[in-house]
Every structure is written in structure tokens, then in C-alpha cells.
Design a protein around this ligand. Structure first.
Ligand code: F6R
Length: 600
């Protein structure tokens, strides 16, 4: 997640969107609309739909999906073919014209696109010279005009193939044409899955959009082109290919809010179950990964954002439990850091979505050096799963809220299992984690939430919050700051306790809120940090096993050694959620952010 902006003509256009298409025997408009709602986490500035009912009908506007379709009534349109799009742009223009779907000059072809067409300027100039008239400022619109241009001497499907040959960049595209009841789609470096229902086919950015209708999915490969006519055909490099139909292991209920007001709270409270699932990992896969680690000359953990924090935490866990040095690098920095990799190096990528472009670039750079790549991923069938030599699936279930919560603690639990397995103590790790499950239920309970709400009331108008931890709690401090800032927009900064005197203390004033994570291993040093803060007037919040006079507010979290971070981040996730609510913000859709950062 994070904002990825594509700058052109001094305008900023974001490229993370949700797309969906349906063709079959049911009401396509209502299926696409309900699918779009479930993709809204991918973007929520404007939305649109295109369908064929005698003629091509396109309806779109700015606003969240509900706003758009309360202004435009499409419920009376009966059709069994439709495509839809939900988009997110920050500054730059959020206009009706820039909303998808986009059409050709004759309004016969409609397309939806997620990704970046890097050579759109050249293509657009050529098309304009040939007489095409553009209605938007987007890169995506060239796709509709290119298909139209190619259709001067080809049919729709072949024109689509020709169009793809001319596109540079990344894309997931779905297109329809008024005169032929066919749907075509293609993916290159942007996610796209096919849903196979008994009444038709879906093509979408993500499974939750059609999980109510089918659990059967085809995860498309890079370069795949899909043609749906009476049946479904998939091509790659011009040749028809067979792709397996997988079954999604979670069900529609898991992708719904149920009794919860927001996915964020739902996912926070799911964490006890998620840890259970992590413990139930296949021992053989764990052992195979541990063997690869033992045979490697140099191990590197890579990831971005929260997943990076899991990597950093993992390196501390491995140091402590397995006495093993693991290097850690931001995935986006890794291509600048690979010069010394050899075929004996091992790169372990961590990613919830498995679609983060930076993480994919990192593992591709590693593979070019001959290094082995293992991934810890939540989303089955994702690109990272497909491109890694070995994969450990988290089985944390769908994470819909833009913020990573349950996927983070699941990653931490898996890292604890791996570190203990490295020293032949996998069973010990399992029992340690099992013992925590009941406690995690308590940490996510209504009681804990009510207690943390008191802290949220105190902090809700803060300008800055500083967060300190040492050892295993240092990555926890970084993650805590990320959670608070991305959902409450309060500036929060995490740092290692030892850094306080090296500069950060200059920022502390009377009343500055500072959160201090403590543990049995770091107690004396971190408490002296807390005292340093207190003597500069800070409002000190302690999180850990033991209260202390220095704390103005204390959240007790019992000592769990290497699993401390799993337990200690939970109160902060709840705090971040409460802060968003008290500040009148939507925690599931923080500004400028989208769930999967599918472009660099
Ligand atoms: C923070 C968050 C992001 C992601 C990051 C990597 O709450 O969600 O920082 O952790 O964008 O995403 P994945 O794990 O999908 O690779």
C-alpha cells in the first residue's frame, strides 16, 4: 500500500485501481456493481461501469462507488456483459472524464485499466495524427483508440492482440465491444484473476469481488491474454495455454465486515485465529526453508512497509533464537544492493499481497544473480508466489483494510516458528505460540478496546507522537508509528531508544506524547529513556509487562519473549483505529493509500 504517483503533464495520476468484468447469464450490471464495492479498498475517488444493452452504455463519475451510483441509476439496465472500475487519484484532476471506463471515438469499445502505459504520449500523438479524438488526460484511453485503429482491418479479438504489442508498461485490462458479445483481458505486471462460476466468468483485480458467486479461480500469468466468448480461452505469446482452476480456501463471509463497522477492527480481532493458522503450517515446508537457510551463504529478508518491519523483527528473532545473522533490506533498495549476491545467496521476501511491485523487482534482481528466492506470502496465486523458488503461505485469510494488521502478526508468528525450527525446536515454538492464543483474544477484546479508547481520547489532538523501543521492540516502534500515522494522519515517529540522545530528544516538549515499549530484556535501558523523556516534560505511555512510576499511562502486555512484538503491536493497532474514529476518519480507506502497490 502507499501512494504511487505517475507524473505527466505536471499532473499526478495514481495507478492503483480495481477493475472487474462479468460475462454470463446473470445480471451483469448488478454483479459488477457489487464486485466493485468489494474492490473499493483499491481506490475510491471515482468509479464507472460500461455495459452493452443494444448499444454500449458508459456511466461514470467522481466520488466513492455509492456516491457515484446514487447519482447515476444503472439498475434498470439489463445486460449480461459489463465492466467496472474504481479509481484513486490524489491531487491532479479527479474528473468525470478521467474516470474509467474509457471509450474509442465511436463509443463502441470500452476499456478499464490498472497500471501505467509508459509510452502513452507517443501512442496518443500518433493516434491524434490519424484523427482520433481524446476525451481524457489519462494514459489508459489510448488503449480504446488503439483497438479502434487496429479494427480498421481486424476483428475485435485480433485488434486487441495487436494493441497489446504496442503497449509498454504494466497493465491489467478488460475490454468489451458493442457489436460482439465478447470480453477480452490481459495482464502484465498488474494483478488479474478469472472467476469461473456456473453462470459465467469474472475477470477482476482480486478474488473478494466475486467470491459470493464462485470460489473457483484461475490466477493469470504475466503476458496472459483472455478471450471469453462462449467459453474461456487463454493465450500467452500468441499460443493457447492451459491454466489450472484453483479453489479459494476462504469463503465469502471472511471477506465481509459481518458485525464489525470496519474491516480494520474485524481484522485486528481476527488475530488469535490467524496465529492459530500460522501454527498449523506444514512442518515439511518449514523444515525445507530452514534447510535452505542452513545451506545458504548470506540470507537477506526483503519487504516494504509493514512487511519490512516484519523482516527487521525477523532478523532480531533469528539473532536471539538461532544465533544467525540475517540481513534486512527494503525491497525497493535491494536492486541497489545486490552486487555481491551469488547463486549461494538466499533471499526471503515477505509480502501480504504478493503483488508489491518493489518486492517483485527485488526478487527478480536477486534471481538474475542466480540467488534462491523463498517467499512468505498471504495471497495464494499472487505473482510473488509464482516467481519464487519456494513459498510459505500465511493462510491469514483476506485482508481487506488498507492497513496491514493481521498479516503482520501472522508473519511474525511464522518467523518465530522458522527461528526455532532452525535450532530443532519447532515444537517448542508451537507450544509458546499456542499459549498466547487465549491472551491474544483478551488483547483484542472489547475490554481492552475500551481501555485503549481512554488513551485515544487523550492523544486525539496530538501533533506528534514519538515511539521508542529497543531490541525486538525497535521494529515494533517503527511499525507502531506507521500504523498511527497512516490511519490517523497524526505525525508519529518510531526510533530505537538508544537514538534518543543522538538527536530526537530535541523534539520533546512539555506534553509531547511518547510511547515506550518495554520488555524484560531491555527494561533498564528503556526505562532510563522514559525518564529522560519525562524530565523534558513528555507524556509517557508505557506498553509492556511491568508498570513504572515514570509512566503517565500504562498498557500492560505480558512478557512473551520472542513473541513480544506480536502482543505489543495489538494495543497500538487498536489505538490507531480509535484515533481514526475519534478524528472522524474512515480507517478502511486512509487518504492517498491503496492496498496493493502494484507499480514501482
Ligand atoms: C501498512 C501497509 C504497507 C504494506 C506494504 C507492503 O499498513 O499495509 O506498508 O505493508 O505496502 O505490502 P505487501 O505486504 O502486500 O507487500
Amino acid at each position: 500500500m502507499l501512494t504511487i504517483l505517475f507524473i505527466k503533464n505536471s499532473e499526478v495520476i495514481i495507478t492503483m485501481c480495481g477493475i472487474i468484468g462479468y460475462i454470463g447469464t446473470k445480471n451483469a450490471v448488478s454483479l459488477v456493481l457489487s464486485g466493485l464495492k468489494k474492490l473499493e479498498y483499491r481506490g475510491y475517488d471515482s468509479a464507472g461501469i460500461a455495459t452493452i444493452s443494444n448499444k454500449l452504455v458508459v456511466k461514470k463519475d467522481v466520488g466513492k462507488i455509492d456516491e457515484v451510483f446514487s447519482k447515476i441509476d444503472v439498475s434498470n439496465i439489463k445486460s449480461n456483459i459489463a465492466i467496472g472500475h474504481t479509481r484513486w487519484a490524489t491531487h491532479g484532476k479527479v474528473t468525470k472524464e478521467n474516470a474509467h471506463p474509457h471509450t474509442d471515438c465511436k463509443n463502441e469499445i470500452a476499456i478499464v485499466h490498472n497500471g501505467i502505459i509508459e509510452n502513452f504520449k507517443e501512442l496518443k500523438e500518433e493516434l491524434i495524427k490519424k484523427g482520433h479524438v481524446f476525451k481524457s488526460e489519462t494514459d489508459s484511453e489510448v488503449i480504446a483508440h488503439l483497438i479502434e485503429e487496429e479494427m480498421k482491418n481486424k476483428d475485435f479479438v485480433n485488434a486487441f492482440f495487436e494493441c497489446l504489442k504496442k503497449l509498454k508498461g504494466s497493465y491489467a485490462i478488460v475490454a468489451i465491444y458493442e457489436k460482439e458479445k465478447k470480453m477480452v483481458a490481459a495482464r502484465k505486471e498488474s494483478p488479474l484473476v478469472v472467476g469461473v462460476a456456473n453462470h459465467g466468468f469474472f475477470i477482476s483485480s482480486d478474488v473478494p469481488s466475486f467470491i459470493d458467486e464462485t470460489k473457483k479461480v484461475i490466477y493469470l500469468y504475466d503476458g496472459d491474454v483472455v478471450v471469453i466468448n462462449n467459453g474461456l480461452k487463454i493465450y500467452n505469446n500468441g499460443v493457447e495455454v492451459k491454466r489450472e482452476i484453483d479453489s479459494v480456501e476462504w469463503d465469502a463471509e471472511q471477506a465481509k465486515k459481518g458485525v464489525f463497522k470496519h474491516f480494520m477492527l474485524k481484522e485486528i480481532t481476527e488475530q488469535a485465529n490467524v496465529i492459530k493458522k500460522a501454527i498449523a503450517q506444514d512442518d515439511d515446508i518449514i523444515k525445507e526453508i530452514v534447510d535452505s537457510m542452513k545451506n545458504a551463504e548470506g540470507i537477506y529478508f526483503v519487504g516494504c512497509g509493514t512487511a519490512y518491519h516484519a523482516c527487521l523483527e525477523g532478523s532480531y528473532i533469528f539473532s536471539k533464537v538461532a544465533k544467525l545473522h540475517v540481513n534486512v533490506c527494503y525491497a525497493h533498495e535491494f536492486p541497489n544492493y545486490v552486487h555481491f549476491l551469488t547463486p549461494k545467496s538466499l533471499v526471503i521476501a515477505i509480502s501480504q499481497s504478493g503483488e508489491t511491485a518493489d518486492t517483485l523487482t527485488a526478487i527478480r534482481a536477486a534471481k538474475e544473480k542466480g540467488a534462491k528466492v523463498i517467499s512468505i506470502v498471504n495471497v495464494a496465486g499472487s505473482t510473488l508466489v509464482r516467481e519464487s523458488h519456494k513459498v510459505l503461505l500465511q493462510h491469514a485469510g483476506p485482508e481487506i483494510c488498507v492497513l496491514s494488521t493481521k498479516s503482520y502478526t501472522s508473519q511474525l508468528a511464522i518467523l518465530v516458528l522458522l527461528a526455532y525450527a532452525f535450532v530443532d525446536k519447532l515444537d517448542e515454538a508451537k507450544s509458546k505460540l499456542k499459549e498466547l492464543i487465549r491472551y491474544i483474544y483478551y488483547l483484542t477484546s472489547k475490554n481492552t478496546q475500551d481501555y485503549i479508547k481512554k488513551l485515544a481520547e487523550i492523544l486525539k489532538d496530538s501533533k506528534d507522537i514519538y515511539i521508542l523501543g529497543r531490541g525486538l521492540q525497535y521494529p515494533t516502534a517503527l511499525e507502531a508509528a506507521l500504523k498511527i500515522k497512516e490511519v490517523s494522519y497524526i505525525h508519529a515517529e518510531g526510533f530505537a531508544g538508544g537514538e534518543l540522545k543522538h538527536g530526537n530528544i530535541a523534539l520533546i516538549e512539555k506534553g509531547t506524547p511518547c510511547i515506550v515499549f518495554t520488555s524484560k530484556d531491555t527494561e533498564s535501558d528503556i526505562i532510563s529513556n522514559a525518564q529522560e523523556l519525562k524530565s523534558r516534560g513528555a507524556y509517557v505511555i508505557g506498553i509492556g509487562p511491568k508498570n513504572n512510576d515514570v509512566f503517565d499511562f500504562f498498557i500492560k502486555v505480558r512478557e512473551a519473549e520472542e513473541a513480544n512484538s506480536i502482543c505489543q503491536i495489538i494495543p497500538i493497532q487498536i489505538l490507531a483505529y480509535q484515533l481514526a474514529i475519534l478524528r472522524g476518519l474512515d480507517p478502511d480507506k486512509p487518504r492517498n493509500l491503496a492496498k496493493s502497490v502494484t507499480v514501482k
